[in-house]
Ligand binder design. Structure first.
Ligand code: ZN
Length: 78
């Protein structure tokens, strides 16, 4: 019996019917799962962020991180 690495639901897979690299959907949480191994079947969760790879979002995250770092430095200096 294989379990979903995301929600731990049991997934009834026949290891002879899946191939390495095959993408499955968890019937419980709808996560995309990749088969990384077939004997026994081993699944990993595929990141859902890849579709939303926007530069604007990335810039925002970087500037927030920089601000936090600056604050820490100031506290240390005092
Ligand atoms: Zn799941």
């Amino acid at each position: 019996m294989t379990r979903c690495p995301e929600c731990d639901a049991e997934i009834d897979l026949d290891e002879d019917e899946v191939e390495e690299g095959e993408i499955l959907s968890c019937p419980e949480c709808d996560s995309e799962l990749e088969v990384t191994q077939t004997h026994p079947v081993h699944l990993i969760v595929l990141s859902e962020d890849e579709d939303e790879d926007e530069e604007a979002t990335d810039d925002e995250e970087s500037s927030v991180e920089e601000e936090e770092e600056d604050e820490e430095e100031e506290e240390e200096a005092e």
